[in-house]
Design a protein around this ligand. Structure first.
Ligand SMILES: Nc1nc2c(c(=O)[nH]1)N=C([C@H](O)[C@H](O)COP(=O)(O)OP(=O)(O)OP(=O)(O)O)CN2
Ligand SMILES: [Zn+2]
Length: 134
């Protein structure tokens, strides 16, 4: 099994309703984010590639463009702009266009040492079915 990853960066603004740090979180402020998308599978013996990284990059461009230099509170279907919702939103945006083998979307906020990964509904179902601890 191979895992092939591609990253993109985006800068975006948001507000967040929280129980702590309420004032600063509710004010519009910005973060630098880094998204990593992982495909898993086996390379085509003829090309030696799981997928051409150029095609992979094209699939990510639309998601990056929809987030970069945006006010995340206004991005349709995102909900509160948390790392959790961002990673799932990118996954859902990629599902129709990403090469097969989409495995994980991780969104990093490096300045705070934070990240969140979304694995999609198929893997979650598999984990639950196998009795793996959450
Ligand atoms: N489960 C989650 N909890 C929190 C999230 C999240 O995405 N998932 N996000 C936040 C805040 O947005 C995040 O911690 C940033 O905090 P903020 O005060 O806005 O900015 P910082 O000064 O900490 O980070 P910089 O990017 O360096 O400005 C909270 N909880
Ligand atoms: Zn924030």
């Amino acid at each position: 099994m191979f895992e092939l990853t591609k990253q993109f960066r985006f800068e975006a603004a948001h507000t967040l309703q929280r129980r702590i740090e309420t004032d600063s979180s509710r004010r519009i402020h910005g973060h630098s984010y880094r998204a990593e998308i992982a495909l898993r599978g086996y390379p085509d013996p003829a090309t030696g590639m799981l997928v051409d990284l150029g095609l992979f990059e094209q699939a990510l461009e639309d998601a990056r463009d929809a987030l970069d230099h945006r006010f995340l509170d206004e991005v349709p279907d995102l909900g509160p702009a948390t790392l959790e919702n961002l990673s799932r939103w990118i996954w859902q945006r990629l599902v129709p266009v990403a090469p097969s083998g989409l495995y994980r979307v991780t969104v990093y906020r490096d300045s705070a040492g934070e990240s969140c990964s979304y694995f999609g509904p198929v893997q979650l179902a598999g984990r639950a079915a196998s009795g793996a601890a959450a």
